[in-house]
Design a protein around this ligand. Sequence first.
Ligand code: KIV
Ligand code: ZN
Length: 512
Amino acid sequence: MADKLIIFDTTLRDGEQSPGASMTRDEKLRIARQLERLRVDVIEAGFAASSNGDFEAIKAIAAAIKDSTICSLSRANDRDISRAAEALAGANSSRIHTFIATSALHMEKKLRMTPDQVFEQAKLAVRFARNLVGDVEFSPEDGYRSDPDFLCRVIEAVIAEGATTINVPDTVGYAIPELYGNFIKNLRERVPNSDKAIWSVHCHNDLGMAVANSLAGVKIGGARQVECTINGLGERAGNCALEEVVMAIKTRRDYFDLEMRIDTSQIVAASRMVSQTTGFVVQPNKSVVGANAFAHASGIHQDGVLKARDTYEIMRAEDVGWSANKIVLGKLSGRNAFKQRLLELGVQMESEADINTAFAKFKELADRKSEIFEEDILALVSEEAATQQREQYGFVSLSQHSETGERPHATIVFTVDGKEMKGESDGNGPVDASLKAIESHVKSGAEMVLYSVNAISGSTESQGEVTVRLQNSGRVVNGVGADPDIIVASAKAYLSALNKLQSKADRVAAQG
Ligand code: KIV
Ligand code: ZN
């Protein structure tokens, strides 16, 4: 019988550490529900001790999700571990993931601890965690750049203390597939009690090899858990992409011979949800989930696929959920159909009144746009959730004038703590004028580091989805806005980013 490969998703923890990708409790809960539908084995829901927001999000996810193990990250100290256990108390199945750096560089420069101190702290942390939960994962941070002798000593000790999973991170994305695979293999051969734990890989993508390294860790090293994120979201160049690693294992079952629990037909929905929530757009040529991943433009390819699809296709678009891109509702759809669609999309509204408000917004949109896609509904719900949180800034209306040869001018009405304000400005283009009109009042001093427009469902009839990334005093946030009018979408995205800048982010960095 084939071995089982555990899929550990860390979109809500390592993915969220990506600058600008921070999510609210409700956004995290919605994504966790989609991860449960995707049937990931473990959802790393956050880092409980890093902030009250993360603690509450983990608690809510632990209470709502029944079919995946819920995990919290914690540094190797009693306070972090207790906080993780507290957040996970309501879970059906829970895991504490504790870590401490083991590379000479990290121990000396970051932790300012001797190897012996790190060794003791790792042991004590796992012992403490095992008294609280039965499922404990230990990660030697920067494991791949650590001295193998020291690593073997630490790993043997933490397994003896009861660690059930040993994860070997390539924290800085320095590994090469063959070397990483052999690194894991050697550790497993040298650690005397290695068979008492499941071995896991966790690879970052700085050299573009996170997926290849993870697969080598599985094939050569014998790891039976892969840590990954949807769309490869994560700090710097990101983490190992779940959709790629899962489809590689599935498509090349002849080579890997491993079983997974994943329902691959949920992959595209998960990808869209994460992209829409964080504002991290998926590149069109991205494997599996990019818009072009299954598009055949060249005549030779089209001809081949029509004659026999496996001439140019190694996976079926419908197996990863592409067929779900269909019109779901229209102008004549009623409240019940809308409510049903929300449930199918995993969106749970707090009250009937909230459904009524969202339904009214849906009707407004349906008046302006004949076909409503799942993405439109998700965008509408995200916007509605932001309004519910009584955010400081809210969009009301916009008018702008632009004509060839003239400098565009915009007038915007928006709310600040519920009070309407009017701002006016000209600019290089209509978007520039609109955002300057907002700034004429707000004077945030923020620097815009990214502006991108994307058609939610392909054509010019689609809603435009705009992402604005702002930076201020070292903080980076992403705002997302959607509207059939891309200038309005831009203003909404800008206001959403300003709201995020306002919310206090007193987080402790996991690798800090
Ligand atoms: O990359 C890393 O080392 C991590 C650990 C905290 C597991 O994310
Ligand atoms: Zn990581």
